[in-house]
Structures are given as structure tokens and as C-alpha cells.
Design a protein around this ligand. Structure first.
Ligand code: RIB
Ligand code: CA
Length: 315
């Protein structure tokens, strides 16, 4: 099977795990062409997520990457952030210099719309790594683009792993449930990386030391970010390390065979406060609701870390 290089837009709220995902994409030009990176409010407010996205591009020595600021709050609800996980800057751990590369003047949502209208239909994949506000806003502002999207591969949701920000909901979906509802009902082919699979790719001492042993600045940064990022999950779950949530999205583009899932119906709770933002995944096919998502349930974790470490080592 000829391996097609995918044109992607990464929509992100960096966040240490977003950072690792962006580095993986920028280190894999034979697999993905990053048309642009659009920042969204999520883990930390928008001024920080757009700043962090630029820092990460400079760390990858790709200062020509187009970085845009998108929406600074969810469609309807107040912004909920996660400094308790990611620290005040969103990239806590190492000391980071201010970025030099410019932020694009165009709004991230307009970039998404313009790109999808310009590029041939079904040739652009969207890779949201944070709340879905930018994607949903683009779909609302330009309904014609929805049919042009090749695929949306997103990190978000949970079923067997239940929630990480409330008992019922995963953070990305919880921050903007109305946006998630629009995306999950859009009819665009979805691949969903829920906590069910991301909790299988946990860092540990050996895996973090493998990043540090690369002997490169990016390798050192990934080790320091995962060191910082894991302390929250270890305390909360008593797990041996932190789940590398967002890199699963990019790893799927590079090595889809590492992942297994089911094509099922997934709907979003957008009414009840108790279960707001829950992804109601019909894993056992008990409803007659049409399948709208490939919901990933497992991954070869060693294979994931092998490709991740090898690719980061290229930067
Ligand atoms: O729940 C995990 C998700 O929320 C990840 O994308 C992490 O970066 C945060 O945005
Ligand atoms: Ca994220």
C-alpha cells in the first residue's frame, strides 16, 4: 500500500502532551505536512497556548511553521483551564525563553476555513488536541467546509476509563461540549483517541530516560515536560507515569497499525450538568444509532514509544 503523506492542521492547547505531539508531527515530514497550527483556549488561556505553540515550533527548529490564535473561550460555557496539571505557563518543567517567530495575524478559524476551501476536497485532515471550539466555529461559520474535510483525528472522550475532569467527562470534551456535539454530529469521518487508549501509553523512568539519552535539546525538553506532567497523574491514579494523550493522534497517522478500535456511535452529553461532556460510546452496539466514529480502545504501547523516541531523535 503506497503510504500517502497527509496534509494536516493541528488544533491545540499546549500543554506538555500537545507539545510532544507537535514535535512528533514536525519530525515526520515523510508522513505529515503540517499546513498550520491553530491554538485554542484549553489547558491554559489562549495567549499562553499560542505562545507555547510557537516555542514548540522553534524547539523543533521549524520557525517558518504557520501558527495562528483561534478562539479564546468555548462556544457557550465559561472557559475551564488545567493549570493544576500543566502548571501556570502550560509548559511547566523547564525554563523557556519567549518565542521569536511571529504569530500569524489571521484568526485560526479563518485559516481553517480558507485552507479547506483552497486545498482539494478530502485532502486535509484536522488533528484537534484540545477543546473543539475552533473546529465547531469553522463548521458553523462555513458549513460548506464540512464535506471537504478528509478526516478528523482527535484526542478526547472516555468510556471504560470514565472522566478525568469530572466523574463523567474527559477534559477536552468537557471544556466545550457544544462544540464537541457539532463535531460528532457533523458526519465527518472521525477517529477518536479517548482516555481508554491514552491511559495505555504511560511514561515511566525507562521511557523518559530514553528521551534524555537522545542527547538533544528536544529530547531533554520532552524528558523534562513528561517529568513535570506525570507527577499529577501518578498522585491521582497511583500510576507509574503520565499518559501521553495527544501524541496518540499523530502516531495514528504515522503507524495506524499500532492502534485498534471499533466503528461505533458516539454522542455527547450537552444538557445534564451531572454528565456534561460525557462521550456516550455505544461500544456494545446496544443502540440503533448510526456509527459515526472509529473509537480507539487499545495500542501497542512499546511500539508507540519506539516510534515516538526515534522520531523525536531526528530533531
Ligand atoms: O484529557 C486530556 C487532554 O486534555 C489532553 O489533550 C491534554 O493536553 C488536555 O488538553
Ligand atoms: Ca491538549
Amino acid at each position: 500500500m503506497t503510504h500517502h503523506r497527509r496534509k494536516i492542521i493541528i488544533d491545540t492547547d499546549p500543554g506538555q502532551d500537545d507539545a510532544v505531539a507537535i514535535l512528533l508531527a514536525l519530525a515526520s515530514p515523510e508522513d505529515v505536512e503540517v499546513l498550520g497550527i491553530t491554538a485554542v483556549a484549553g489547558n491554559v488561556p489562549l495567549p499562553l497556548t499560542e505562545r507555547n505553540a510557537r516555542i514548540i515550533c522553534e524547539l523543533a527548529d521549524k520557525p517558518d511553521t504557520l501558527v495562528f490564535a483561534g478562539c479564546d473561550r468555548p462556544l457557550q460555557r465559561a472557559l475551564v483551564t488545567a493549570e493544576h496539571v500543566h502548571g501556570k505557563t502550560g509548559l511547566d518543567g523547564p525554563q523557556l525563553a519567549d518565542p521569536v517567530m511571529p504569530l500569524q495575524a489571521q484568526h485560526g478559524v479563518d485559516f481553517i476555513i480558507e485552507t479547506l476551501r483552497r486545498e482539494a476536497a478530502h485532502t486535509v485532515t484536522l488533528c484537534p488536541l484540545g477543546p473543539l471550539t475552533n473546529i465547531a466555529t469553522a463548521m458553523q461559520r462555513a458549513p460548506d467546509i464540512t464535506a471537504r474535510i478528509q478526516q478528523i483525528i482527535l484526542m478526547g472522550g472516555a468510556y471504560f476509563e470514565v472522566g478525568n475532569i469530572t466523574p463523567a467527562a474527559e477534559f477536552n470534551i468537557y471544556v466545550d461540549p457544544q462544540a464537541a456535539e457539532i463535531v460528532f454530529k457533523s458526519g465527518v469521518p472521525l477517529v477518536v483517541m479517548p482516555l481508554d487508549v491514552t491511559h495505555q501509553v504511560l511514561t515511566n523512568r525507562k521511557r523518559i530516560e530514553a528521551f534524555r539519552a537522545l542527547g538533544t535539546e528536544p529530547g531533554r525538553m520532552v524528558a523534562e515536560w513528561t517529568d513535570f506532567f506525570e507527577r499529577f497523574d501518578m498522585q491521582k491514579y497511583g500510576s507509574e507515569g503520565a499518559p501521553l494523550h495527544d501524541p496518540c493522534v499523530i502516531a495514528y497517522l504515522i503507524r495506524p497499525e499500532l492502534f485498534q478500535g471499533r466503528h461505533i456511535n458516539v454522542e455527547i452529553e450537552a444538557t445534564s450538568e451531572l454528565t456534561m461532556g460525557m462521550t456516550v460510546a455505544d461500544w456494545w452496539g446496544v443502540s440503533n444509532r448510526p456509527a459515526n466514529a472509529l473509537f480507539i480502545g487499545s495500542v501497542d504501547a512499546d511500539g508507540f514509544f519506539a516510534v515516538l523516541t526515534e522520531r523525536i531523535g531526528r530533531l
